[in-house]
Design a protein around this ligand. Structure first.
Ligand code: HAM
Length: 418
């Protein structure tokens, strides 16, 4: 077969699939402690949604969207992120009128970006994210940041850094952009940045090539109006009081245009390589930009699950249970195999992980198989046993073997498993 998976995608099976499921379960449990509710949106959406929400000049919109045309030539894209779809759904289904405010939503899902695949950068990847809609309050920003930080800590990561910056809007943003542009024009910039200075000067600050040149660039948080300055100060004070370490990073700009206030990223340092695990911020005008009659400020973040799994693996942290079987049915005859079907039904119905051989293998091979499957109990069934209404149960850990009556099998295994 010469058909391969598309570049930048992954097949997940066995250990990796179990790690991802285990991770999703842990994240789900934590986010529910914070009283968030799940939302699932389609994986494809109208192209215009992202042009308007994420921004016409962003890399995501200009270079990275997988585009689809339906049979009527309407333009769709595979979603590159989930904030815009969540906001679309909130507006379209009027969630703000149906549920307690602020809406506290979380999601899991695949996102698609046409990027150059590399370590931790895929074309299809999974995000876990939260969006809180309908309140503007720095304590809520703290809650969202705390959630992101604490869940990474809860997973056992220690080498993470929280970076903060604060964007502004309106005339303050315009004033800052002027000062920044003047500074940038005095620098020797890469060819991409020469274009970015004209179109979107803020984006120049996170250029990977020129990054160090901007250490001395004017800092956006020095150009905030008084109320934003107070809000940002309060947020920092609260994080400090809660013992959450952070660094201010004036070069943090995020790759999406909807942010209006605090923005943040959590990065991990692995063998001198920085990887952004999580990014987010406040976006107070997105709802309003789609529906001018509505004013629902919002804040949220998304976490890249593949990057997180890479990081956990590098830190030797494993989340999934070691695979095992409670019982494997070793069948010595045709009759035994027929009986095994009903015994499996009983065992599984009673909550045991159980299996048997379907390749008609001999006893030795069945024992090999059950060892590979890390089985706790071998249940041996032969014609002699069937005549006496018993099975032999061999505890694979102690090596002890016992005859057990059919009707006592469940009680016996329950006792063994305690
Ligand atoms: P983002 O920074 O574009 O933000 O993505 C969030 C996270 O998704 C990144 O930090 C990274 O871990 C992961 N990620 C992004 N691109 C890739 C990729 N190509 N391969 C693997 N992982 C990737 C957003 O998507 C915003 N919607 C976050 C947000 C929510 N802001 C407010 N609410």
């Amino acid at each position: 077969m010469n058909i391969q998976k598309p570049r930048g995608t992954e097949d997940l099976y066995y250990e990796k699939a179990s790690e991802l499921s285990a991770l999703e379960l842990i994240l789900r449990n934590i986010v529910m402690q914070y009283n968030y509710y799940e939302i699932r949106t389609p994986i494809f959406e109208a192209k215009d949604l992202f042009i308007r929400a994420v921004g016409n000049e962003t890399d995501i919109v200009t270079k990275e969207m997988f585009e689809l045309l339906d049979k009527k030539e309407r333009q769709f894209v595979l979603r590159p992120e989930a904030t815009a779809p969540v906001i679309r759904s909130v507006i379209e289904d009027k969630l703000y009128g149906k549920y307690e405010l602020p809406l506290k939503l979380f999601y899991f899902g695949s996102m698609f970006r046409y990027e150059r695949p590399q370590h931790g950068r895929l074309r299809q990847f999974n995000q876990f994210g939260v969006e809180v809609i309908g309140a503007k309050n720095y304590l809520l920003d703290v809650e969202v940041i705390l959630l992101g930080y604490n869940l990474l800590k809860a997973l056992g990561l220690s080498n993470i850094t929280l970076k903060l910056n604060y964007l502004t809007t309106g005339s303050n943003r315009t004033k800052y952009i002027e000062v920044l542009t003047a500074f940038l024009k005095g620098q020797n910039l890469c060819s991409d940045c020469i274009i970015r200075v004209e179109k979107n000067p803020l984006r120049v600050l996170d250029c990977k090539i020129d990054n160090q040149k901007f250490d001395q660039a004017p800092k956006i948080y020095d150009y905030l109006p008084e109320n934003s300055q107070n809000e940002f100060n309060n947020l920092q004070k609260t994080l400090t009081k809660l013992g959450i370490p952070f660094v201010l990073d004036h070069k943090l700009v995020r790759g999406l245009d909807y942010y209006t206030a605090v923005i943040f990223e959590i990065i991990v340092n692995n063998q001198d390589q920085e990887l952004t695990l999580l990014g987010g911020g406040r976006y107070d005008q997105l709802v309003n930009s789609f529906e001018p009659s509505l004013d629902y400020p919002a804040v949220g973040f998304a976490l890249g699950l593949e990057r997180l799994l890479l990081t956990l693996a590098a830190s030797k942290i494993s989340l999934a249970d070691e695979p095992y079987l409670d019982a494997y049915l070793v069948c010595l005859s045709e009759h035994a195999r027929a009986f095994a079907t009903s015994l499996l039904l009983l065992l599984r119905g009673s909550g045991f992980r159980a299996d048997c051989d379907y390749l008609l293998r001999g006893v030795k091979a069945q024992f090999k198989s059950l060892e590979r499957l890390k089985t706790k109990n071998a249940i041996i069934i032969g014609d002699e046993e069937l005549k006496k209404n018993v099975v032999k149960i061999k505890n694979q850990i102690t090596g002890k073997e016992q005859e057990v009556k059919f009707e006592k099998i469940i009680a016996f295994l329950s006792k063994e498993n305690r």
